[in-house]
Design a protein around this ligand. Sequence first.
Ligand code: FES
Length: 124
Amino acid sequence: MPKDAVPLIAISLNLSRAEVHGVLSFYHYFRKEPPGRHVVHVCRAEACQAVGAVELESHAKKTLGIEWHGSTPDGAITLEPVYCLGNCSLGPSLMVDDTLQGRVSPKRFDQLMAQLKEPAVGGA
Ligand code: FES
């Protein structure tokens, strides 16, 4: 959502700019800048936390060098938290773009991220 769109939205919806800004800043799915080419959602809910999600979260942030809602400098990966992916019995869980992954260890995480950074077949 470009910054310049805020006044246009406010006028269109008969709201103040502050109200529009409040909504845009509350919901993380509204972004000021485009996400990375791949979005990785890491589950932070209780069932996954009980089986290693806290460690996975730390590992993800450390190895990617970013915090929640951040993107790697090469624009390949954006890291997002999520609170349950409905895959609780197979935690720790994460979603890579539209693909659910279960029992993700730090080693498996590294493998998945390495695949995301590979250039597409036939790409430049
Ligand atoms: S608690 Fe992680 S998928 Fe449900």
